[in-house]
Design a protein around this ligand. Structure first.
Ligand SMILES: [Mg+2]
Ligand SMILES: [Zn+2]
Length: 210
């Protein structure tokens, strides 16, 4: 079976502008293409899993999401990075106004359907895979899919949406493979590693692999 890194899109692969869909808003931070190349070199499949409720809310169309995803991949490749193995999008939200997307679904993270579907298609063993995201919903999704979650957040701000009962026990300094790694502990779920950039998170993954 294959192994994968499931990657959140906005805030991980490109700068999150809120609802990010205009091609003019596509900014891929330094280090992202290189990090993806390293993951690929480690033999991991690259699967993007992204919530795009703006479709259900009528802010943009699925075709806009597809165009943005294609532009993102092109930019990564232009800068020497690899292609993605799959890009999975959830366009739903129950508060939306646009049918057929204005529904509760099983694919919106922390739902695991995007990961499960990708895993079935690419023969991925989730229990030996990673989920990297910048929100708690990404972390929960990782836990629920039995993948190892890694949170990427600016350690200085620690502004992510922690649910009740979750606390950061070692938010700064000394995380292995990271300048500012730490561990968040959830009573319900377990330990979550936190890094301040995708590059740091990927260094950690590479360390675990070697
Ligand atoms: Mg995100
Ligand atoms: Zn969905």
């Amino acid at each position: 079976m294959n192994r994968a890194v499931f990657l959140d899109r906005d805030g991980i692969l490109n700068v999150d502008r809120g609802y990010t869909w205009r091609l003019a808003d596509l900014v891929v931070p330094g280090g992202v293409p290189e990090s993806l190349s390293l993951l690929k070199k480690l033999g991991l499949k690259l699967v993007v899993v992204t919530n795009q409720s703006g479709v259900a809310r009528g802010k943009f169309a699925m075709s806009d999401v597809a165009a943005f995803n294609a532009a993102l991949e092109s930019e990564v490749v232009r800068r020497g990075g690899p292609r993605f193995d799959m890009i999975m999008t959830c366009p739903h939200h129950p508060d939306g106004s646009v049918a057929p997307y204005n529904v509760s679904c099983e694919c919106r993270k922390p739902g695991v359907k995007l990961l499960r579907d990708a895993a079935a298609t690419l023969d991925i063993d989730c229990s030996r895979s990673f989920m990297i995201g910048d929100k708690w919903s990404d972390v929960l999704c990782g836990f629920r899919a039995d993948a190892r979650p890694i949170l990427v957040q600016e350690a200085a701000s620690l502004s992510y949406d922690l649910p009740e009962g979750v606390r950061i026990t070692r938010p700064v300094a000394g995380g292995e493979g990271s300048r500012s790694g730490g561990i968040a502990t959830s009573v319900e779920t377990g330990d979550v590693e936190i890094y301040s950039s995708l590059s740091d998170a990927v260094s950690r993954v590479a360390g675990l692999e070697s």
